[in-house]
Design a binder for this molecule. Sequence first.
Ligand SMILES: Nc1ncnc2c1ncn2[C@@H]1O[C@H](COP(=O)(O)OP(=O)(O)OP(=O)(O)O)[C@@H](O)[C@H]1O
Ligand SMILES: [Mg+2]
Length: 261
Amino acid sequence: MNNSLPPTPYAQLPTPDSQRDEVLIDLTNVQKAYQTPAGPFYALKGINLQILKGEFVAVQGKSGAGKSTLINMVTGISQPTAGQIRVGDQNIHNMGEEQIAKWRGLNAGVIFQFFQLMPMLTCAQNVMLPMDFANLYKSPKVRRQRALHLLDQVGIVEQAGKLPSAVSGGQRQRVAIARALANDPSFLAADEPTGNLDSKTADAVFQVFENLVSKGVTILMVTHDRELASRVSRILTIADGQLVNNPASDQPTIQAKQRHK
Ligand SMILES: Nc1ncnc2c1ncn2[C@@H]1O[C@H](COP(=O)(O)OP(=O)(O)OP(=O)(O)O)[C@@H](O)[C@H]1O
Ligand SMILES: [Mg+2]
């Protein structure tokens, strides 16, 4: 059975040579089909998208539009049915599971829609986990200090010794954010990172993101929050598995490029 959809109506615009070395994330005709009893269901129907180094990009769209699926593509959590995904100098669409886990641990910070913390580890140990896996920050003492520093950055260092079940939903969300930053990733993919936070805490978390962007980190963030989305460098809208912005706006903007020079 051929699960591929025909290419999207618009071809990806060629990237000018002057911009090519600044593209961090490059998706070409990415399709994702989930197998269902009724046959393949296309959650992504041909995504062409480039994100430059240092861009802060928000993804919006209705429930079921394909936002989490898109996040899972650029972090290699799930593989596309068709199309290419390049992040930095690596093609991640065809990496094996072990290779991609290693790549992700070193290069990408992921904040999941539903936290996915380890319930039997304390908040601090959850933050140390990616450092342990990637064998970074060699001594346990340094890892712990770094975990506490990251928890402090998101305002919950006093919860460090508690289990996730003993802290609030918003605090869990912030542990997940600190964990995503554990290995100092060059890009961060965040699925509604402020969805469970009150507006003051959401703003504090957003400021952590803005600070990271000012240091050159690239962020792709799903959000329903219009106020926060208005503060990023580019907003993408996804509907029914397709980007619905004017195709030209799926390309990085000149302003975004200049802003991050
Ligand atoms: N494992 C799966 N099997 C079958 N269909 C799936 C699977 N995962 C997601 N889908 C479907 O793919 C579509 C896109 O799902 P996705 O989770 O990406 O949506 P979303 O935009 O993140 O929605 P929300 O805002 O509710 O989180 C939905 O219609 C969903 O039902
Ligand atoms: Mg989702």
